[in-house]
Design a protein around this ligand. Structure first.
Ligand code: NAD
Length: 478
């Protein structure tokens, strides 16, 4: 059994704490135990003070220095890729292969924003007043509070920390209590890369620590990714202090499969979106909406593929699906699935709560004949659970896709350009996937949803500038 004791990281120094949370390897409890100190409001205040002090220096250090430091973080993540991926697998249950992919993506995000630091474009226009000019520059916001979930334990922190630094801000970051060891390794690499001490501060803990960041008067903006319920609390705290806020939350994403689609390819898209990464992706497919004419064929092929999925130790190269991230997640997914099992109408076709699974494993579960008001249509199930909704045609299918207060990612499988164009325009979703799984996104383009899925400026790609800068308009007359 390996035991890892974690510390906060404030002003370039590790700071130990007393109260502890714990996380174990969700695949085998006797492998790894992580003890996590809990930052209270006082520790958060120390981190905010360090970030404020660093901001005064960091914003004027020059864009080349920032770009170099971000590029160095990229390089270090690549160098430590195997070690980081193993830790992610052991801490969160993500398969080693998925973790490797995520670590590579985190590295590239730092690389992308190293470039962005050199391209902070402003504007110079003629004033409407003769002889005067107007300049618009994009200045850093200040100290950014960042709160992250566990399901992408290095990529999501990367897509918040890298743009914050690229545009000259400093950071107080609270990672999830389920992925704090991975966070601590990323923090150490950021420090090793020579980022100014205090420019990134990491405070560990659970919801109370997150709430203390939200309430701290020194925080200039809040960026959050996690559940809808917590996102609402973060937004309310930001509104109270009238600071900018972005909250990226869940989805009940739908994949619409039309009768003209390549059925085998559509089955693979549904399989990937619903079950890979144990369904623990905010863009995962929960609702598979299938045109009645091909529904029997589609469901039988999908069930056959689900039954071939190999569950196992995340470190084993043959494993396709690991465990859920924690006993709490397993209990939650079990409760939600049991509710679906009891719901009249929907039929369980594979998996379900009766399948006994060791540790935090949960059987990939599929329902058929679900209806628009079934629990799975209304609330996110953040695990390997999906349902098929049978519809008579495209119009009914699109209405079913749009029957959600969420709207993160929506997919369509079709060979029809007409329906693809219509879906792009009328699906109520921030991201549209045509003949692709609902999950799986690029890092150089905007990410985000509509409705209850997202609030505030988009993350990632060039869109990140909108949140991490403030426009300053200067009027000049010589
Ligand atoms: P969560 O809301 O439970 O926790 C997220 C973070 O918020 C954690 O760091 C947690 O400690 C912190 N937190 C908890 N209570 C808080 C409070 N009162 N104030 C401030 N912070 C608080 O979510 P989770 O279980 O870690 O993550 C899973 C959720 O994240 C899913 O709903 C998933 O869809 C969503 N998610 C969304 C995206 C996206 O970009 N849209 C990406 C990944 C995950």
């Amino acid at each position: 059994m390996q035991i890892i004791h974690l510390s906060h990281h404030i002003g370039g120094t590790d700071v130990s704490g007393t109260a502890v949370l714990q996380q174990q390897n969700p695949a085998k409890a006797d492998d790894l135990q992580i003890t996590i100190p809990v930052a209270d409001a006082h520790v958060v205040e120390q981190a905010v003070t360090a970030a404020k002090t660093a901001f005064a220096v960091f914003r004027d250090q020059g864009i080349e220095k920032r770009a170099d430091a971000l590029a160095k973080v990229q390089q270090l993540i690549v160098q430590h890729s195997d070690e980081l991926s193993q830790l992610i697998a052991r801490e969160t249950g993500k398969t080693f292969a998925d973790a490797k992919g995520e670590v590579g993506r985190a590295a590239r995000i730092f690389g992308f924003f190293a470039g962005e630091a050199l391209r902070i474009v402003g504007e110079r226009l003629e004033s409407t007043r003769n002889g005067a000019m107007v300049e618009v520059e994009y200045a850093p916001v200040g100290v950014i509070g960042q709160i992250t979930p566990w399901n992408f334990p290095i990529a999501i922190p990367a897509w918040k920390i890298a743009p914050a630094l690229a545009f000259g801000n400093t950071v107080v970051w609270k990672p999830s209590e389920i992925s704090s060891a991975t966070a601590a390794r990323l923090m150490a690499l950021i420090h090793e890369a020579g980022v100014l001490p205090g420019a990134v501060n990491m405070v560990l803990g659970g919801g109370e620590t997150g709430a203390a960041i939200c309430a701290n008067a020194g925080i200039d903006a809040l960026s959050f990714t996690g559940s809808q319920a917590t996102g609402k609390k973060v937004r309310l705290a930001a509104m109270e202090r009238a600071i900018p806020v972005q909250t990226e939350m869940g989805g009940v994403n739908a994949l619409l499969v039309l009768a003209d689609a390549d059925v085998d390819a559509a089955v693979e898209n549904a399989l990937n979106g619903a079950f890979f990464a144990a369904g623990e992706r905010c863009t995962a497919t929960s609702r598979i909406v299938v045109e009645q004419a091909i529904a029997d064929e589609f469901v039988s092929k999908l069930v056959a593929r689900v039954k071939q999925l190999k569950l196992g130790d995340p470190l084993d190269a043959a494993t396709q699906i690991g465990p859920l991230a924690s006993p709490n997640q397993k209990a939650l997914i079990s409760r939600q699935t049991a509710k679906m099992e009891q719901y009249p109408g929907a039929q369980l076709v594979c998996g379900g709560t009766a399948v006994e699974m060791p540790a935090c494993f949960f059987a990939p579960t599929l329902f058929d004949h679900a209806k628009a008001d079934d629990p799975i249509a209304l609330e996110e199930i953040f695990g390997p659970v999906a349902a098929v909704f049978r519809v008579k045609d495209y119009a009914e299918g699109l209405a079913m896709v749009n029957n959600s207060r969420f709207g993160l990612s929506a997919g369509l499988c079709t060979n029809s350009l007409k329906y693809a164009e219509h879906f792009k325009r009328y699906a109520k979703s921030g991201m549209i996937m045509i003949n692709l799984p609902t999950a799986g996104i690029d890092y150089h383009v905007p990410f985000g949803g509509v409705g209850a899925s997202s609030y505030g400026a988009r993350e990632q790609g060039r869109a990140a500038k909108a949140f991490y800068t403030v426009a300053k308009t200067t009027y000049l007359k010589a």
